[in-house]
Design a protein. Structure first.
Ligand code: C2O
Length: 562
């Protein structure tokens, strides 16, 4: 009997060894099915029919290991057109799977399906997925967790547990009506009714207390928070009462660990944050406070979403302590945080082939019909280099791949069409961009530097600019107008952060560098969905390279057409 059991043990350990031995580790295929549908959800005592994935809100967390091939069959059983974007995934030579509607694919229409199939290489940490059409990402989103491949470890001590924390927003309205109504009236979309954490607003909102998110922790242990800002229109400060946080990764790139008591997370960014339960056994609030660098004249939602960090053996049921949040417009706390982060082992391009200066911000255009009678005959727009993007009727990638003309032009300017004092008092004559569907063509493997220059048109706002299909180095940032003579001397070409979304400082600029090594069509846009809906978008087209492996493969056969 004894012999038999040690034999069994030996066999068991041998099997385990074979299954997990590092030299055996190979990438796996990870399959998921997403069914898009609708369901009734109640928040703030208000019931809405919302669009969800697999009936979950937030949607399912997908977990893969670095190197895995992720295959997600998306079935649209809902009433709206939909696409899914894998935010931050580099999609090397799989541009067709990127997901932005009318850029890389036509929407999956109700009753139809499309299978996203791509490999995740060279990225570890937290990313996310979301709908990339109209306002659906308000409810169609979830975390994408990328663990080290078998045999590799985190570059920090293994946490006792990991928690996805998804920051979002809730409307007491159908979000598709919110955006359609704004576009029809020529206004910015109405603000949400609450900020949320894992879809719950927390104790300070009506009908919410019973569902407030609670994280249970044990004294002395460390935990990893995988924070995703899925918010639609605002950045967020994030704090935990009486606890410090150590940021170890951002946008699925490890960074030099940075310990702080406050984070700033913008829509589009993700952060991996270690916390230790090293305070008195008790209950502590954690949560967000909106960061809005310069509000427009209208009122905005200036509140906090909260959740509770609770020590397991805690017996004190009194009201948890609230963190002391920064003010909504505390730009110095915001900038102090973002300028304190540093990358690890970076290989920043030291020289540049393609240099661009791109202004970014809001504007106003005159309506040609009476759709903006409510707004004095003008409507708000967003623009890059004075071009407000007009979405085409068929996907740009399809048009490019099949040589269909008349869908886009290749004349996106590398510099503002007219130089002006971008952050000064901009004359009204410069407030109205041109409308167009222009792309910027990049040579394969060229090193690109872009200075994103915020303009003081309508308002100074720190806009989170997201680039699809690439991570970029954030080599510099500053306030005021970028000076091409003096500012490059202060660039960090040693250990800058690598990101997929950069919040350009309010009334300032940010300089980024990347290598255009990924053939295809790549959207860049303000990750405030309200702004992206107003044409705050642009497109890069990276040409194929000379080698047979530098070419974008053909589209999958089930790619939806328009
Ligand atoms: Cu997170 Cu273009 O998107």
């Amino acid at each position: 009997m004894k012999a038999l059991s040690s034999m069994a043990k030996l066999t068991f350990s041998l099997v385990c060894f074979i299954l997990v031995a590092p030299w055996m580790a190979s990438a796996a295929i990870v399959n998921h099915n997403f069914t898009i549908g609708t369901q009734n959800v109640t928040r703030l005592c208000n019931t809405q029919t919302i669009v969800t994935v697999n009936g979950q809100f937030p949607g399912p967390t997908i977990e893969v290991q670095e190197g895995d091939n992720l295959v997600v069959e998306v079935t649209n059983s809902g009433p709206y057109n939909v696409t899914i974007h894998w935010h931050g995934v580099k999609q090397l030579k799989s541009c067709w799977a990127d997901g932005p509607s009318y850029i890389t694919q036509c929407p999956i229409t109700p009753g139809n399906k499309f299978t996203y199939n791509f490999t995740i290489t060279g990225q570890e940490g937290t990313l996310w997925w979301h709908a990339h059409i109209t306002y659906l990402r308000a409810t169609v989103h979830g975390a994408l967790v990328i663990k080290p491949r078998t045999g590799n470890d985190y570059p920090f001590p293994k946490p006792a547990a990991e928690f996805p924390i998804i920051l979002g927003e809730w409307w007491n309205a159908n979000v598709e009506d919110v955006i359609a109504d704004a576009l029809a009236r020529g206004t910015v979309p109405n603000d949400s009714d609450a900020y949320t954490i894992n879809s719950q607003p927390g104790d300070f909102f009506p009908c919410s207390t019973n569902d407030t998110i609670r994280l249970l922790v044990e004294t002395g242990k460390s935990y990893l928070l995988r924070i995703v800002n899925a918010g639609m229109v605002r950045g967020s400060f994030f704090k935990i009462a009486q606890h410090n946080m150590t940021v170890v990764a951002m946008d699925a790139v490890y960074i030099k660990p940075y310990t702080t008591d406050v984070l700033l997370i913008n829509p589009g960014n993700t952060m991996d944050v270690l916390i230790t339960a090293d305070q008195q056994s008790n209950r502590y609030y954690f949560g967000t406070r909106v960061y809005f660098s310069q509000p427009l004249a209208s009122a905005f939602l200036n509140t906090s979403a909260t959740a509770i960090l609770e020590y397991k053996d805690n017996t004190n049921k009194s009201t948890p302590l609230l963190p002391n949040f920064p003010d909504f417009n505390d730009t110095s706390t915001a900038v102090n945080f973002t300028t304190s982060l540093r990358g690890l082992n970076s290989s920043v391009p030291q020289t540049v082939d393609e240099e661009m200066l791109i202004t970014e911000g809001l504007g106003l255009v005159t309506c040609t019909d009476n759709s903006c009678a409510d707004n004095n005959g003008v409507r708000p727009v967003g623009s890059f280099n004075n071009i407000s993007f007009v979405y085409p009727d068929i996907a740009i990638l399809q048009a490019y791949y099949n040589n269909i003309s008349g869908v886009f032009t290749r004349d996106f300017p590398s510099n503002p069409p007219q130089a002006f004092n971008y952050t000064g008092n901009v004359p009204l004559g410069l407030w109205s961009p041109e409308l167009g569907t222009k792309v910027k063509v990049l040579k394969f493997n060229s090193t690109v530097q872009i200075v994103l220059q915020n303009t003081q048109i309508v308002s100074f706002i720190s806009h989170p600019i997201h680039l699809h299909g690439h991570d970029f180095y954030l080599v510099g940032q500053g306030f005021g107008n970028y000076n091409s003579q003096t500012d490059p001397a202060n660039f960090n070409l040693v250990n800058p952060q690598m990101l997929n979304t950069v919040a350009v400082p309010t009334g300032g600029w940010a300089a980024i560098r990347f290598v255009a090594n990924n053939p295809g069509v790549w959207l860049a846009h303000c990750h405030f969905e309200s702004h992206s809906s107003l044409g705050f978008d642009m497109v890069f087209l990276t040409e194929n390279g000379p080698g047979s492996s530098d070419i974008l493969p053909p589209p999958p056969s089930d790619l939806p057409t328009c």
